[in-house]
Design a protein around this ligand. Structure first.
Ligand code: OGA
Ligand code: MN
Length: 208
């Protein structure tokens, strides 16, 4: 392992993932980095057209707005702009650490910008497909404006099991700069009805 150095901040996230299969952190990116990422998203939204997101995969893909109402734009990791490069550097640094310490065998990531207009949601679902279970960790970074308040809705609800096997709903507000990491294979989740345009980068760390 050579000159391996413990990273206390990453260790907190990993502890959460091991103990409860999800983690919420507010300082993974600096406020300045969040502002850059948000500005970048807004720029891409003007330049490129975001596409209505589909549910299902490959031949069974379909757009059903009542189930999933966001529009997305996939990031191209081979041709990132400067701001996206910063995002990839930070996420990949974490990913390498997780691979070294948790042996998750993550090989690659896939990431998209997402925009939920008012009146949209993403009904309860799991992030893996029947035909493809490579997604291991889901990673959501909120890029909402600094004035974001709970009245804007769009909470992320995580459906968790308590120690008695009863279901519990954990509500996470989509605060700007907040990063949520969770187990793609076991945590069902939902984006509640949005009352104010909601922005994020959502990604998945996948095994081969
Ligand atoms: C998704 C998703 C959660 C969120 O895109 O699959 O569940 O809070 N996103 O945006
Ligand atoms: Mn999801």
């Amino acid at each position: 392992m050579g000159d391996f150095e413990l990273n206390p901040f990453y260790e907190l996230i990993i502890d959460d993932l091991v103990n409860r299969k999800y983690s919420v952190v507010d300082c993974f990116f600096s406020e300045e980095e969040i502002n850059l990422l948000r500005a970048n998203l807004l720029l891409k939204q003007d330049l490129h057209s975001f596409k209505k997101a589909a549910i299902g995969q490959a031949s069974s893909e379909q757009i059903v707005e009542e189930i999933r109402g966001d529009s997305i734009l996939w990031l191209d990791e081979k041709e990132p702009d400067e701001v996206e490069q910063m995002y990839f550097n930070k996420v990949n640094h974490f990913l390498e650490y997780v691979n070294r310490t948790c042996y998750l065998g993550i090989q690659e990531g896939e990431f998209h910008y997402a925009c939920y207009p008012p009146g949209t949601c993403y009904k309860r679902h799991l992030d893996i497909f029947q035909s493809d279970s490579r997604r291991t960790l889901s990673v959501v970074l909120y890029l909402n404006d600094q004035e974001w308040t709970p009245a804007y809705g769009g909470e992320l609800a995580l459906y968790l099991q308590d120690e008695h096997g009863n279901e519990r709903e954990e509500i996470v507000h989509a605060l700007p700069g907040r990063l949520v990491v969770f187990d793609s294979k076991s945590i069902e989740h939902e984006v509640k009805m949005v009352n104010h345009t909601r922005y994020s980068i959502t990604g998945w760390l996948k095994t081969r």
